[in-house]
Design a protein around this ligand. Sequence first.
Ligand SMILES: [Zn+2]
Length: 271
Amino acid sequence: MSDAVGDRFLGRYSYIDIPGLAAKDGAVILPVGAMEQHGPHMPLFTDALIVQSLVAGALERLPEDHPFFYLYPLAYSYSMEHADFAGTVTLSAQTTMSVLMDIAQSLARSGFRKLVFLNGHGGNVGLLHVTAREIHIKTGLWVFVIHGGSLAPKGIFDDKEREEGIHAGASETSLVMSLMPEWVREDRIVGEYPLLIQDASLLSVEGRFPVAWSTRDVSASGVIGDARQASSSTGDALFDGMVEKLSKVLVEIAHFQGATSSEDNAIRIVG
Ligand SMILES: [Zn+2]
């Protein structure tokens, strides 16, 4: 890790330093990972590995005067859909929300005004949006939610894999092949698409008209997608594209100054 990134680790400072860092419009990034099954070929730590690597990569590219600091990743979150696969360590939805709220309240008490959740786990998506709003209302913090999947450049995988390769498929497998190749068991790689919904043109396991599922409903192997399309060179390109996008989002967060007062806004709307 470079000095530029190491200096952004919030835990390296003493409590004396914190008010000064927070006062300079400091924003804190919490990478949100998971400890959950990722098919027979990939490590339980996949999501945490990806988000912590993305944060390090993006901070490396940010101008030094953008005051971002990061916390260690939250290594456990809401993985209940994978709970019956060995090795999965999940928090309940309520516990996950409480942990995030407690972290946010601690940061607000320390004087920070912005918090960024960089999320690596699809099962957290809805919960993070609700929690972010709760945090904002209770603490006044501006909370930004960035999902790893939204950072991926288009055109790397075919349409089917882009839509249905949602867990331990080509994209996550490529990323781990690039970041930590010795953690991938290439001899166990499989492809498996969900068969839960057939004869329906509007319903899907994700998307606009979803049904709630548990992984056993959609996959025998635990893989949802075609990990056979993965390669480390694809992972390099994918990671680079994601880091590039993340650093651009962070720049906009650095420039974000919050709402104008609602009175100003009302005058603007009325003209
Ligand atoms: Zn994952």
